[in-house]
Design a binder for this molecule. Structure first.
Ligand SMILES: CCCCCCCCCCCCCC(=O)SCCNC(=O)CCNC(=O)[C@H](O)C(C)(C)COP(=O)(O)OP(=O)(O)OC[C@H]1O[C@@H](n2cnc3c(N)ncnc32)[C@H](O)[C@@H]1OP(=O)(O)O
Length: 228
């Protein structure tokens, strides 16, 4: 596939919609509840110690649920949808998506100089025994630094991300802070820190770049909208 065709396809996953605020709120509630249920299922799947016959029964029920959810579905991904009321939603996002049970999910607080997030990473995020997987930590940093660039109105895609793991991060509550250090043209340089009750566990820095194909219309839409 040519670069032009790929860029065109990529622009296509950004869609327009016109949904009244009340209806959007209702849809969000339904999405959150479903994702919470499936997240609980994932945790139960990792930690269960029941006998094989109980697992077989659970699989039957899960199969039925999968069939129901598949009755109508989006083709490939949820993408990002810009609503007429000036909001946008990326509900499939793997870290923040409210309808994505893989997402921890991250809920950011935005301040003028930084973004922060507190989240509980349980047994489903394990790497070394009892500790959070390093790839999950990288993913959390990716989103947090990316969110800091968006919050500072210099959004971009991750060009380079580097992480220093200072000590193991025990499964449980983590606190992450991220901020934009400096901006050079289309490049935003962001930094972040992850800590727990044990103190500082990891630090990150990254370069976030607005890609050529998104400069202009999509950039303006992302900049002008609030959303989740
Ligand atoms: C779409 C809108 C995004 C909105 C996001 C909302 C935030 C939400 C939070 C999301 C969080 C989750 C985020 C995710 O999960 S993002 C998913 C993971 N990241 C990717 O998939 C990115 C893949 N790569 C690309 O799309 C492009 O190559 C990028 C975007 C990186 C550059 O794009 P493009 O190729 O069109 O740019 P350019 O050629 O005009 O170069 C411009 C400048 O950049 C310099 N350079 C180039 N590459 C790199 C590099 N790898 N490191 C450092 N620097 C690099 C280059 O030298 C030049 O510098 P200068 O010569 O000007 O000094």
């Amino acid at each position: 596939m040519s670069t032009e065709e790929r860029d065109r396809q990529q622009r296509g996953v950004y869609a327009e919609e016109d949904i009244p605020a009340g209806e959007l709120a209702r849809m969000a509630e339904v999405a959150r509840e479903l994702a919470d249920d499936v997240r609980a299922l994932v945790q139960a799947t990792v930690l269960t110690d029941v006998a094989d016959d109980r697992i077989a029964r659970a699989r039957e029920l899960i199969g039925q649920a999968t069939e129901i959810l598949g009755e109508e579905h989006h083709e490939r991904s949820f993408g990002t949808r810009f609503n007429s009321d000036g909001t946008h939603r990326s509900w499939g996002n793997a870290l923040t998506g409210i309808r994505n049970p893989i997402a921890p999910p991250l809920r950011f607080e935005c301040f003028p100089d930084k973004v922060t997030v507190d989240v509980d990473l349980g047994g489903a995020y394990e790497g070394p025994a009892g500790l959070v997987h390093g790839g999950i930590i990288a993913a959390v940093f990716d989103q947090a630094l990316g969110h800091a660039t968006e919050s500072a109105k210099v959004p971009g895609m991750t060009g380079t991300l580097s992480i220093r793991y200072r000590q193991g991060t025990r499964l449980g509550k983590i606190h992450v802070e991220a901020w934009v250090d400096r901006v050079e043209g289309v490049k935003a340089f962001a930094k972040g820190e992850l800590s727990t009750d044990d103190g500082l566990c990891a630090e990150a820095e990254g370069v976030f770049i607005m890609p050529k194909w998104a400069r202009g219309e999509i950039q303006e839409k992302v900049l002008g909208r609030v959303g989740d």
